[in-house]
Write a protein that binds this ligand. Structure first.
Ligand SMILES: [Zn+2]
Length: 395
């Protein structure tokens, strides 16, 4: 067989001295092919490694046309090669990936749930299981079984067998890549699992540190079970703690009371919202009566920070009491201005035409039909000009 790349011989090598065999470019991306490499190319659900080659960033690693291409931030030339892995990334991948082997094995052995897919995401991983459902109790049982195997520090090892011997091995899944030739790589968790895999793994299950199941989601034909392992679990818990500390401070409640404290706040907010709406309605009715009694054919008024619903209610109230009048109402809040032009039933004002003219003056977007036109603008600097135009038409 051909010699194995360094990432298969020793998945714990973080640096390597080698040679650049040749360089090339693929759709504008410079790449290098090496005599030997510690960079794992994306495959089998495990993302590729990143790091540096002669100090230049390795931004992607893929198997292409029978070679391993290291895609580079800038081109290099043939010669000696110093490789350095982003070790934190690689070790994280080994924890998540080895965690998947363990989860898959235990889900199958304890529950007869077959794994049909695996995703190693940037923050969360998941496996897809062939089962109609997973209860919370089952999830906790599976998590406990995983914890027990982590404590058992079972050895994880890789070996190669010939296609002939492969048939005699008690391999769990028999999925080989299409067109696979030569020897087959088997990854074993001592006393628990034997599987074909080309990925990088921990030396024993103890290096997983811990694995936490996060939740389930029904997907077509099965259940997606999400999890985090190792350093990710600690980082995630740390982020949760920080968020909880911020919430404790904001809500003035201990962790166990955060949800009820927030529920109370939201209920209070909803009650206040209803009260403000009711007061607004009363205010609009009250204002409408006063404004309708004023002399003149046009009622024009600017209001501080009102919603469009308030403008509409106020306009309806005025025009119901004084159907010969027209109203021009404006409001402004949070950098957005609104205007409403409405005419009463016995007014002869051509609202659609005049509305468009007002929108043009205010540099606003708007529309309307019949007796009402409303629009939005970024400001009301030209408000005086708009009022003059309306009064000019009315006189
Ligand atoms: Zn694997």
């Amino acid at each position: 067989m051909t010699s194995l790349p360094a990432y298969e011989r020793d998945p714990f090598a973080a640096t390597l001295e080698s040679l650049i065999l040749h360089c090339g470019e693929e759709r504008g991306r410079p790449f290098a092919v090496l005599v030997d490499t510690i960079f794992y190319p994306e495959g089998g659900g495990q993302p590729c490694d990143l790091g540096t080659l002669n100090g230049v960033a390795v931004v992607d690693v893929q198997k292409r046309e029978g070679e391993i291409r290291h895609y580079l931030a800038s081109p290099l030339t043939e010669g000696t090669a110093t490789l350095e892995l982003d070790w934190a990334r690689r070790f994280d991948h080994m924890q998540q990936h080895t965690g998947q082997h363990l989860l898959t094995a235990l889900a199958q052995d304890r529950f007869q749930w077959e794994t049909t897919a695996f995703h190693l995401g940037p923050t969360v991983c998941d496996i897809e299981l062939k089962t109609p459902g997973i209860s919370l109790a089952q999830m906790l049982d599976l998590e406990e079984a995983v914890a027990s195997e982590i404590r058992a520090r079972r050895e994880v090892s890789a070996r190669w067998v010939t296609a002939e011997d492969y048939g005699q091995e008690a391999v769990r899944s028999r999925g080989l890549p299409e067109g696979h030739q030569g020897e087959i790589r088997l990854v074993q968790i001592e006393g628990l699992d034997l599987n074909t895999c080309g990925g990088t793994h921990l030396r024993h299950t103890g290096e997983l540190e811990a694995l936490k199941l996060l939740g389930t989601e029904a997907i077509r034909g099965g259940i997606r079970l999400s999890y985090v392992a190792g350093g990710r679990l600690r980082r995630r818990l740390g982020a949760h703690e920080q968020r909880n500390a911020a919430m404790r401070s904001l809500l003035g409640a201990p962790d166990e009371d955060l949800v009820s404290a927030l529920t109370i706040k939201l209920d209070q907010l909803a009650a206040q919202d209803r009260r403000v709406r009711k007061l607004d309605e009363e205010l609009a009715e009250h204002m409408a009566l006063g404004l309708a009694a004023q002399p003149g054919a046009l009622v024009e008024l600017h209001l501080e920070a009102k919603e469009v619903g308030f403008l509409q209610k106020l306009a309806r109230g005025i025009l119901a009491a004084a159907p010969a009048k027209a109203v021009f109402l404006t409001t402004e809040a949070n950098g957005q201005a609104l205007f409403l032009l409405s005419a009463g039933d016995v007014s002869s004002l051509d609202v659609p035409t005049l509305g468009k003219a007002v929108a043009a003056i205010l540099d606003a977007k708007g529309g309307g039909s019949g007796k009402s036109f409303q629009g939005k603008a970024s400001n009301l600097k030209a408000r005086g000009e708009a009022v003059a135009r309306i009064q000019g038409v009315q006189s």
